[in-house]
Design a protein around this ligand. Sequence first.
Ligand code: TZP
Ligand code: MG
Length: 209
Amino acid sequence: MNFELSKIYPITDTRIAKLSHTEQVKRLIAGGATIIQLREKYAAPKNFFADAKEALIIARKTDVKIIINDRVDIALALKADGVHLGQDDLPSAYARKILGEKAIIGFSTHNLKQAAEALKLPIDYLAIGPVFTTKTKENPEETVGVEILKKVREAIGDFPLVAIGGITLENFREVLNEGADLVAVIGDLLSEPDKITEKMRKFTHQEKF
Ligand code: TZP
Ligand code: MG
């Protein structure tokens, strides 16, 4: 994975933003996003597919990478840049077979053991979280805190690491300093839909300091 990319990894959420994935992608790109994950936990696959298809058309006018959460089938059908898988999703070895060598495959972990084991998988990055308390995920796993994040970084060497959960404009630099390559953000970017572009700009500006 090319970490010349921005260190901010926005994830869309239609319930929080009250906007389509496409509209969120437009606003995030305008704010400087370079990689965006489309995450849809409620809509019918048909509706998510149609929205994601439009979002991909927007992204393809730029270099912005689009990662699809959970749905290897939708990622394949849309020729998205990759897929993000959780502990209970299709095993990454099969996602790799389906999507090919070039696809970016991310994998969620929630503790040190899962993170260490994930190194054996054919994935491009692993995510650890929730780092802090989150209201976005239903039934979230236990918060890992910055301590576990540091331990994960020590355990995985320089393997690409995304931190997720409760990350905000106020705390994201600490999370990057403690070992994350990227920070994934939902609520803090999307909760004021009229300010998505402005918020994304603030993140991309401040990541440099
Ligand atoms: N996985 C772990 S925490 C989380 C996911 C999908 C939600 C992150 O959302 P927020 O609003 O940035 O805390
Ligand atoms: Mg999942």
